[in-house]
Design a binder for this molecule. Structure first.
Ligand code: SF4
Length: 205
């Protein structure tokens, strides 16, 4: 009589690996980010920067390219202009604060300031700043207000992290996770600002 075949140890190992992978997929990306920030996700980190929040709102395809570290066109006039305003505005008053995944500007009155060359893309900039406020609240136990500043237009836009904004930030973190873990970029869809995009040649040439 042939003895019954016991379970193969390799199968067990494979199954354990698959289960772990499945479990990792089941984890809420917001919790993955929290674990990464706490240093508890060395093998499975998930980082979100302020620029990624911006890209997600502006163009998910751009976010995917940036997540693959594709080199941007630094000679692009829009990139150069943004960099120049960012480098020179409020030089005297600015204090740069690096905290984990984010690097932000903190003015002396304690409000978090984000300087942008123009208000034409206000929602992405607001999302970036909201993320900084969320990040400070989550990981530095610091509740702050923010202000978006457009020096060339002499405009200042207050930003507060209320319940709606907090939920929006967390939904955006989940959306970013979905985009950057995809094997392929989202389809290119033409937008008014494509001609000024650093990845223009990847999409339209
Ligand atoms: S060129 Fe347009 S579609 Fe392509 S990444 Fe830039 S904004 Fe997105």
């Amino acid at each position: 009589m042939t003895p019954p075949t016991g379970p193969d140890e390799n199968d067990d190992a494979r199954n354990d690996g698959e289960n772990e992978a499945e479990n990792a997929d089941d984890v809420d990306p917001v919790d993955r980010l929290r674990r990464t920030a706490a240093g508890d996700a060395e093998t499975d980190p998930f980082r979100v920067t302020g620029v990624m929040m911006q890209y997600y709102v502006v163009c998910k395809r751009e976010l995917w390219f940036a997540s693959r570290h594709l080199e941007i066109d630094r000679e692009n006039p829009a990139v150069v202009r943004g960099q120049r305003v960012d480098d020179t505005a409020y030089e005297e008053e600015r204090e740069n604060l690096s905290l984990g995944m984010v690097s932000l500007d903190l003015l002396q009155d304690g409000r978090v300031v984000e300087v942008k060359p123009s208000s034409s893309l206000e929602e992405p900039a607001t999302m970036q700043l909201s993320y900084y406020l969320w990040y400070l609240e989550e990981f530095a136990d610091a509740e702050r207000d923010g202000v978006l500043v457009h020096p060339t237009e002499r405009r200042r836009q207050p930003v507060t992290l209320d319940a709606d904004r907090r939920a929006k930030v967390e939904d955006t973190i989940r959306g970013i996770h979905e985009v950057i873990t995809s094997d392929t970029p989202p389809e290119a869809t033409e937008k008014p600002f494509c001609s000024a995009c650093a990845y223009h040649d990847f999409c339209w040439c």
